[in-house]
Design a protein around this ligand. Structure first.
Ligand SMILES: Cc1cc2nc3c(=O)[nH]c(=O)nc-3n(C[C@H](O)[C@H](O)[C@H](O)COP(=O)(O)O)c2cc1C
Length: 455
C-alpha cells in the first residue's frame, strides 16, 4: 500500500547499541555490561521492540574499533561490537515482523559484497532488510583498508553515488519471478529474466549478475544520514529513510523541508523519503525521576571520556593538557564529519560552554527527558509539526530503557492514535508505506545467461 492511501502514521526505528547508546550506558545498573556481544541480550531487546511494534531495529557500524584512539576507548564499551549483518541474520530467525537495518560503508566495501549481503538478509527475513548507506566518519577505518587517511568528503560521496547505482543494478540482476525452479522442465531460471549490469564507471567495474534472486522487497529499504549539503543531496537522491541529529524543533523543521524539497527536485514524492530525527528517551513516572535517570548516567562519564568526546567528534585537534573546565580553543576546517563538528561548535558558542559542559551536552544531545505523557508530547509535536515522519530511538542503556519505552511510551502513543497497535504488514517497505521498486523492464538481455552457463 502506498503512503497516499492511508493516513500519515508515526514510524519508529530503534538504534540498538549493544549495552546502550549513551557513552557511559554500559555502566548503568539496568544495562548489561556484556551486552555488546551477548546474543541472548540482543534477542531480548529485539523481542521487546517487536512487542512495541517498532518498524525497524537499526545497528550502526564502523569498520574499526569504534573510536579515534585506543586510549579513549578503555573506559567505554565501544571497543567491541558484532558485525551487524551477521547479528541481524541471527535475529531474523527469532523475530517475525520487525525491520532489520544495518550500516554498510561505501568507502570500504565493494558493491557486489554489499548487494549480496543485503539481498541475503532480505531473503532470510522475508522482506525485512534495510541498508544504512554511509561513507564512513571514523579515520581509524582507513588504516584497516590500506589507506593512511580517510577519503576526501566530496570524493567519498561521488564514490557512494556510483556504489548505490551498482548495488541497485545488481539487485535487479534477476527479474521478479525469473527464478522458476521448474523441476519438470529442468529449468532453474528463465534466461530472458536475467540481466548483467556490465557496469563500468569512475570507481567500479562490475560485470554481475548477482548470484541470488531479486530480494523480496525488490530492493531492501535504503537508509541514509547525510547532513552536509553534499550529504543531504545524496540522501534526497537515494534515501528512503533519512536519519538526522537535530537539537531544536525549528532546526528539525528546516531540515525536514530541505530534504523533502531536494527529493522533489529529483522527481521524488514527499512520502518517498521519511525523515527520522534521533531521540534518546529517559522515561520515569515523574519529570524529576526522569531527570535523575539522565544525571545518573552523566555522572558515570569519566573525565578522560569527556575530553575525548569533544576532541574526537570535532576532530583534528588535541585537547590533552587543555583544562576541562575552560573554553574550547579555536578550530579550523577539517576532513571530518562536518555536520557533527558544526553541531558541537554551534552549541559551545551559543551557550558559552566549557569543554566539560560541552561533553555533557553532547552526551545528552538528543535526549528527551520526562514522563510517558511528556515524551509522547514531544514525539507528537515534532510529528504533527512536520519536523519528523518518525524517530530513530537511541536507547541510552539496554535492555532497561527499551523496556521502559515499550511499556510506558508506546501505550501512550497508541492511545493517541499515532502508532499502530500491531503490525499490519509483513515487510519493512510495507510497514513504512514505501513503494516496492519495479524491476528493470523485460527486453533483450546482454549475453550473460550464456556467459554464466559456460563457466
Ligand atoms: C542516526 C545516525 C546514524 C548514523 N550511523 C552511522 C554509522 O552507522 N556509521 C557511520 O559511519 N556513520 C553514521 N552516521 C553518520 C552519517 O553517515 C554522516 O556521515 C553524518 O551524519 C555526517 O553527515 P555528512 O557525511 O553529510 O557530513 C550516522 C548519523 C546519524 C545521524
Amino acid at each position: 500500500m502506498s503512503g497516499d492511501e492511508r493516513p500519515r502514521r508515526l514510524t519508529l526505528g530503534a538504534l540498538v547499541h549493544g549495552s546502550g547508546g549513551h557513552i557511559a550506558g554500559w555502566r548503568h545498573p539496568l544495562a548489561r555490561p556484556d551486552g555488546q556481544l551477548d546474543l541472548d541480550h540482543h534477542i531480548r531487546v529485539a523481542r521487546t521492540l517487536e512487542r512495541g511494534a517498532f518498524d525497524a531495529l537499526f545497528l550502526a557500524d564502523v569498520v574499526a574499533i569504534w573510536g579515534h584512539d585506543l586510549d579513549s576507548l578503555r573506559r567505554t564499551a565501544r571497543a567491541e561490537h558484532f558485525e551487524p549483518l551477521t547479528l541481524l541474520a541471527a535475529l531474523s530467525t527469532v523475530t517475525e515482523r520487525i525491520g532489520l537495518v544495518a550500516t554498510a560503508t561505501t568507502t570500504y566495501n565493494e558493491p557486489y559484497h554489499v548487494a549480496r549481503r543485503f539481498a541475503s538478509l532480505d531473503h532470510l527475513s522475508a522482506g525485512r532488510a534495510g541498508w544504512n548507506i554511509v561513507t564512513s566518519v571514523v579515520p581509524l577505518e582507513a588504516g584497516n583498508f590500506g589507506r593512511d587517511t580517510h577519503l576526501d568528503h566530496t570524493l567519498r560521496y561521488r564514490r557512494a553515488d556510483e556504489f548505490v547505482d551498482v548495488v541497485r543494478a545488481l539487485w535487479d540482476s534477476f527479474a521478479d519471478g525469473a527464478v522458476v525452479r521448474d523441476k519438470a522442465a529442468g529449468s532453474y531460471y528463465d534466461p530472458a529474466g536475467l540481466r548483467t549490469p556490465h557496469h563500468e564507471g569512475e570507481h567500479f567495474r562490475v560485470r554481475g549478475p548477482l548470484n541470488i534472486s531479486r530480494p523480496p522487497q525488490g530492493h531492501p529499504v535504503l537508509f541514509q544520514a547525510g547532513s552536509s549539503q553534499t550529504g543531504r543531496d545524496f540522501a534526497a537522491r537515494h534515501g528512503e529513510v533519512v536519519f538526522t541529529a537535530q537539537t531544536s524543533l525549528a532546526g528539525a523543521q528546516g531540515f525536514y523541508r530541505d530534504v523533502k524539497a531536494r527529493a522533489a527536485a529529483h522527481g521524488r514524492g514527499p512520502d518517498d523519503v521519511l525523515v527520522w530525527p534521533v531521540l534518546a528517551p529517559y522515561v520515569a513516572s515523574s519529570e524529576a525521576a526522569a531527570r535523575a535517570r539522565l544525571e545518573e548516567l552523566q555522572d558515570l562519564i569519566h573525565d578522560d571520556v569527556a575530553r575525548r568526546l569533544v576532541q574526537d567528534n570535532i576532530g583534528d585537534l588535541d585537547l590533552s593538557g587543555v583544562p576541562l573546565d575552560g573554553p574550547l580553543p579555536a578550530i579550523g576546517v577539517t576532513n571530518r564529519s562536518r555536520s557533527r563538528q558544526q553541531l558541537m561548535l554551534d552549541l559551545a558558542r551559543r551557550e558559552n560552554l566549557t569543554i566539560r559542559q560541552l561533553a555533557l551536552r553532547f552526551a545528552a544531545v538528543s535526549s528527551v527527558v520526562g514522563t510517558p505523557e511528556s515524551v509522547a508530547d514531544h514525539l507528537e509535536t515534532w510529528f504533527r509539526g512536520r519536523a519528523a515522519d518518525g524517530f530513530n530511538v537511541s536507547f541510552p542503556y539496554l535492555p532497561g530503557s527499551a523496556e521502559d519505552f515499550v511499556d510506558q511510551v508506546i501505550p501512550e502513543l497508541r492511545r493517541r492514535g499515532l502508532v499502530r497497535h500491531e503490525y499490519e504488514e509483513t515487510t519493512l517497505r510495507g510497514h513504512l508505506g514505501l513503494r516496492r521498486p519495479s524491476g528493470r523492464p523485460a527486453g533483450p538481455s546482454r549475453p550473460c545467461a550464456a556467459e554464466v552457463a559456460g563457466r
